[in-house]
Design a protein around this ligand. Structure first.
Ligand SMILES: Cc1ncc(COP(=O)(O)O)c(C=O)c1O
Length: 459
């Protein structure tokens, strides 16, 4: 028996056993063994070369993303974890560095040069966001750290009383689940769930069955990070308003792929993260409809939230600054403004077209690959940039490990912060490849072929 086939047999056994075993000393020993064997993947898997015949249009876009041109261990990288974190183009990095190099002051409190420059750039970013989402007034745009903070903000400030219910889908990210479970435990607010269809598509009947006069807030995703399905937000908002409920949209995943006009949609609250739309990490936006702004108490209190205090009281400051307590991530917000401008230069139409093309290609190829099960709708056009799958007989963590180790292909494995859905449906952990507009057909091909090598070799 050749060395290669010996190792192959060994690995197959280890992988099989690993899937069935819980942690034990024996497992730890085997894990070490597996790790050293897995390291050989680099040598034992066929060496594939990432072709470089990228169209000039995409090449120009990619040139703007410094992270894409680097080599790791002498090889190109393929970044397919865009649903978690997008990469940043130079104009965003430049906006951040120029804040730090040139005028790194704080917002609103000072009239010296740096403070004025910071205030101007920060408020200009707010105006960019306002226009981008079609808000009527810039006071409706509140800067936060991420989508998670936005949902917590509303869960902690919206006036809800015992007997009220919050309605969510069964497909929500933990960030749109845990704040409501905590509210249930803290204040006895019912957390109600409607089911999505088998392929995770929105099911209007199931939604309407759960929507009654006790529901005061419907809090749902725009696009799922698990399967990429997009909910019919306009209809959800219409039906919710008809039933007397407000609506919060978690647009963490939809914000890059869809054009969103909050006024046209008549949505009450919307949250999204800057770091998923080529903006800086730890930036996000909470949109609150103007009519609701004055009723909304502060989530956090402190500097910037007030205009005057005594030892026994305070006078709140203007909206939206009263909702942005303490010094902010000025560089991040300014970078977020630059990110949105960069995206406008590319256009949502182009972004969607490119992402759909890549997902269609990958889906078609994976359909021909034995043992691969795609989660979500069969039609890639209904999955935004997401391709979530598992492979029978292989642990997902091993697949993404090997993709990365052998070919610098970065995907994500696990339950993607929707543990509740996996637990309820008894679906195994999965690998998620998520495409962005700067990915190329050559990268998709490279990903598919490497994945096939891994499956062939290890199962
Ligand atoms: C649908 C969805 N909601 C919420 C979040 C949480 O976003 P963040 O971690 O930026 O708060 C994510 C992150 O992946 C997401 O995909």
């Amino acid at each position: 028996m050749s060395v290669a086939s010996l190792v192959k047999n060994k690995l197959s056994n280890l992988f099989r056993r690993k899937s069935n075993m819980c942690c034990s000393v024996k497992f730890e020993e085997e894990r070490k063994d597996l790790n050293s064997a897995k390291n050989k993947a680099e040598i034992l898997l066929p060496l594939r070369i990432l072709k470089d015949n990228t169209q000039p249009e995409i090449r120009n876009i990619r040139d703007d993303f410094p992270a894409l041109s680097q080599r790791i261990n002498g090889k190109q990288i393929v970044y397919l974890d865009n649903a978690c974190m997008s990469l940043r183009p130079k104009p965003v990095i430049d906006a951040i560095t120029s804040y730090y190099y040139e005028y790194s002051g704080c917002h609103g409190r000072v009239d010296h040069y740096f403070g004025t420059a910071t205030t101007r750039a920060y408020e200009s970013a707010r105006e960019t966001v306002r226009k981008h989402i079609g808000a009527g007034s810039s006071s409706e745009v509140i800067f936060i750290r991420n989508t998670t903070e936005g949902v917590n903000f509303i869960a902690n400030t919206l006036y809800l009383k015992q007997g009220d219910a919050v309605l969510c889908s069964d497909l929500e990210h933990n960030s749109n689940l845990l704040p409501w479970l905590a509210l249930r435990d803290r204040a006895n607010i019912e957390h109600r769930i409607f089911d999505t269809a088998d392929d995770t598509s929105f099911d209007m009947d199931s939604f309407l069955k759960k929507l009654d006069s006790r529901v005061k807030l419907v809090s749902v995703l725009l696009t799922s990070n698990l399967t990429g399905v997009t909910f019919p937000i306009r209809e959800i908002i219409r039906e919710s308003h008809r039933a007397g409920a407000l609506v919060l949209i978690d647009a963490a995943q939809g914000a890059l792929y869809h054009d969103i006009d909050v006024k046209d949609l008549d949505v009450d609250f919307m949250v999204f993260s800057g770091h998923k739309i080529v903006g800086p990490t730890g930036t996000g936006v909470l949109y609150v409809k103007e009519r609701l702004l004055s009723e909304l108490p502060c989530f956090l209190f402190g500097g910037e939230t007030v205009v005057d205090t005594t030892y026994t009281g305070f006078t709140l400051g203007n909206i939206p600054n009263r909702h942005e307590a303490g010094l902010q991530d000025y560089a991040g917000v300014i970078g977020l403004g630059a990110a949105i401008q960069f995206l406008h230069g590319i256009g949502t139409g182009f972004i969607r077209k490119q992402i759909n093309k890549l997902n269609a290609m990958a889906t078609e190829e994976l359909a021909k690959t034995k043992g691969v099960k795609v989660i979500g709708p069969a039609d890639p056009g209904k999955r935004a940039g997401i391709l979530n799958f598992y492979v029978e007989g292989m642990a997902s963590s091993d697949i993404s490990y090997l993709l990365n180790k052998s070919a610098n292909i970065m995907t994500r494995s696990g339950r993607h912060c929707v543990h509740s859905w996996y637990n309820a449906r008894k679906i195994p952990d999965s690998v998620r490849a998520s495409f962005s507009f700067y990915n190329t057909p050559e990268e998709v091909e490279f990903f598919v072929w490497t994945l096939r090598d891994i499956i062939r070799f290890y199962t």
